[in-house]
Design a protein around this ligand. Structure first.
Ligand code: MLT
Length: 406
């Protein structure tokens, strides 16, 4: 008899965004005349930067010719991309990351979900609440939590991100083994400063803990005083892994390319307290289970760092940030308190009522899809998340419709 991994049975029946998509599909079937505007899942809507498209075309042509054809690439990614990443995203900002510490992949979602495989089965996990569900669900699947009780899984440390702490939790008073942080945050849009980030790095160093730092929205930071990478904090290389993505930066949600930085100094421990490099373990894991992101996508990602590509990416992000500012000002003019929307494509709105009720109200009366905050954790119970990823026309229409309903 084949036994299943029963930890899967602890999960909610479906993944948050799949559940919302199903609800929206049902609404559309019942209301075919309503033009639904989707500001739920953070999926980009604008075309890829021209520089990336050209690079992709050239790469496809190379694959189509015998003399330039390539088969399997290196599992960690091609040197041309890893070098560009290390130089442009880290070394130029004073963070001492080498190309060997960069692992190219096809998505930050899978990297953040997979990385926990390297951790002991009994690692004590600390997660923000609200949180991007992937961090929690992947640890539930691995058996690192107890059962769901009410809105929360037992055996996990919840770091409450609330209005009172500006949605930036402080390190706990007691030791945990692994901490997930995401800044600019999904879903609250909060961006962390150097001082607060240093508190976390110091905590991890004191407790020999590991920080899994998701910086997928780093490109939205426009305030130059904010850190873009955790490695801008001294000592972070020993205790932090950073996840980045081209999805939101350059519109690659459909194209797929991302990367994870695992510094060579970054350390985990055996049950005997012996130090082990996580870099070596991740290399072993990736070379066993992954065959690399596709060559055309890696060439397209490389183009993000060309002068032309960088300008086009900046224009893309400016566009979504301008959308975010339209959402933010409409929500505020309706008297709602918000976080995010600056240095972030997400606006976290205090709905002042049950988040699912607000989701239903906006869907049924305004034909606008948002994400109910409860889907990100119990601290999101009275919040909704609005994504700025859409056309200007749709953002303006959605805000107008919401204005009429509220
Ligand atoms: C979100 O809406 O939170 C993100 O788009 C999900 C993701 O990046 O996987």
């Amino acid at each position: 008899m084949i036994r299943i991994n029963e930890h899967y049975l602890k999960l909610q029946s479906s993944y948050l965004f799949a559940e919302i998509a199903q609800r929206v599909r049902r609404f559309q079937e019942e209301n075919p005349e309503t033009e639904v505007i989707k500001l739920g899942i953070g999926d980009v809507t604008r075309a890829l930067p021209e520089a990336c498209v050209r690079a992709m075309h050239n790469a496809v042509d190379e694959l189509g010719r015998e003399e330039t054809f390539r088969g399997y690439g290196p599992e960690q990614g091609y040197a041309f991309l890893r070098e560009a990443i290390a130089r442009e995203d880290f070394q130029k900002r004073g963070a001492d990351i080498s190309e060997e510490e960069v692992f190219v992949s096809d998505g930050a979602k899978c990297d953040t979900a997979n990385f926990q495989e390297l951790l002991g089965p009994d690692a004590y996990v600390a997660l923000p609440d609200p949180v991007y569900p992937v961090y929690l669900d992947s640890n539930v699947m691995a058996g690192r939590t107890g059962a769901l009780q009410g809105d929360r899984f037992q055996g996990v440390r919840h770091l409450e991100s609330t209005r009172e702490n500006g949605f930036i939790p402080d390190p706990p008073g007691d030791p945990v083994d692994v901490i997930y942080l995401c800044f600019p945050n999904n879903p609250t849009g909060a961006a962390i400063g150097h001082e607060d980030l240093k508190k976390w790095v110091d905590y991890a160093r004191e407790n020999r803990a590991l920080i899994l730092y998701d910086a997928a929205y780093e490109a939205f930071i426009r305030d130059d005083s904010l850190p873009r990478s955790i490695y801008e904090v001294p000592g972070a290389k020993e205790v932090a892994v950073e996840f980045r993505s081209f999805s939101k930066t350059a519109g690659f949600t459909g194209a797929r390319c991302a990367y994870t930085v695992v510094p060579k100094e970054c350390t985990g421990y055996t049950s005997q307290g012996e130090a082990v490099s996580l870099h070596g373990l991740w290399l072993r894991r990736q070379s066993t289970k992954f065959n690399g992101a596709s060559y055309p996508m890696q060439r397209a990602a490389e183009a993000v760092y060309s002068r032309e590509g960088a300008e086009q990416v900046r224009e893309l992000i400016d566009f979504y940030l301008a959308n975010a500012s339209i959402v933010l000002s409409q929500m505020r003019s309706l008297g709602l308190t918000c976080s995010g929307g600056e240095n972030s494509p997400y606006i976290w709105v205090h709905a002042g009522r049950d988040s699912k009720e607000m989701f239903e109200l906006l869907l049924s009366r305004a034909g606008v899809v948002c994400t109910p905050g409860i889907g990100f954790g119990s601290c999101g119970r009275e919040y909704i998340r609005i994504s700025a990823f859409n056309s200007r026309r749709n953002i303006e229409t959605a805000m107008e419709r919401i204005g009429k309903v509220l």
